[in-house]
Design a protein. Sequence first.
Length: 435
Amino acid sequence: MKVLVLLVVVACGVGGVLSQPAAAALTMGVFAFKQALQSYFDFLRSSGAIVNVAIAIIVAASAWLPGRRDRPDVKTTNAQYFCFMGLLGWAAITTLWSPGRESALSIIGASLPYCIVLMVVGIRLLRSLDDVTVFVRAMMLIGLFVNLTFLVNPEFELKDGRLILTTADGISSSPLSMGSFGAWTAMMGALERSGKGARMALLRLASVMMGISVVILSGSRGQLVAAVFVTLVTLPLAAPGRSAASRAGTIVSLAIVAAAFYLLFSVIVSSLPRFAAERFQTESILYSQSSATTRITGVYALLSAWVSSPLALAVGLGYLAYGKIPGGSELDVYVHNSYAESIFELGIPGAMLMVGGLYFGWRSLLRIHASARAPSERSSSAILIAMMLFECLIAAKQGSIWGLPYFFYIGSVAGIIERARADAEGTSAETLSVG
């Protein structure tokens, strides 16, 4: 088995170097990919950074490999990119007056390498909707290995209602990163429309079935709700056309996807141990530990501290101040809501940068989709919208600004693609006028 896994690793590495969209897939799936490899190779459980470094090298080689004259130069300068990078920078500056400075610097230090790989190097990897199509297929292929590992490797076990892997130092792997990866591949399988044939149909089906299974077994309730909601909302956008037949097909697809999700959920949850199954009950989602109620309570505590300080109203309480305020938690040092962080901990500058980045990012995504004509373009643009919407929803219930770079990445990539399409259309128009 380990020999087969090594062959998969080599194939992913070579594919990442030769294909920039494939390198982007490795970058986006790094946390889940690392967990999968750790389940086969014990030494990686104490040296997981090896995987991070290897993928960083692959991404850098793919981004700057010479001899790619068929790839136009990348213009990463767009409004949302500057807003998002400014938001990360401002969060770092606010640690100067944050009462949770120690925790903030720790999280920034741990997240900085990922942000550099994703937002400085990886931002060069996706430049067109054709690139997104290749990226989606690469993600689904990687997902065959990663999701199957999560589901069948006995090293992953249910603990406290979550599927986890225990590392060498006794620390459990992150079920939320596992759940997010499963959700991404499930959404891609449901929305992908560019590929035809039996093999692509099987790949899509496997992506949906295994992806949703991983989300459920990981106990990631927010990811499950977000993935199903986003898929149903964006499925009409992935339709190959706007004809009456296409609309009818979309309605049928919606019904099939909704029924399939419900059937799969019912089958898996009914087979889980009692405690794991109870995590998905409405009462548990609303009132248990890490529930919607506790999240709202945390946001209210941050709001109360913010309004009680005139200076904080302007410049914020400071990044990760939540862990030191009344009603906060020194064990759970962030409020699990990036929007609340940007307003209450980062003040007016943080709020403006967050709003600006989301506005320009969503504007680019909607413009790209409006200009998409071919079925593959509509599918790829719909998947970008789905991933952005999913990450925007997840940012309201888990993690912290410096720990959730993915919607920063997707929004910035959308600006690059929008600009490239506008430049191409301008060149075509100029050519026609000269002719």
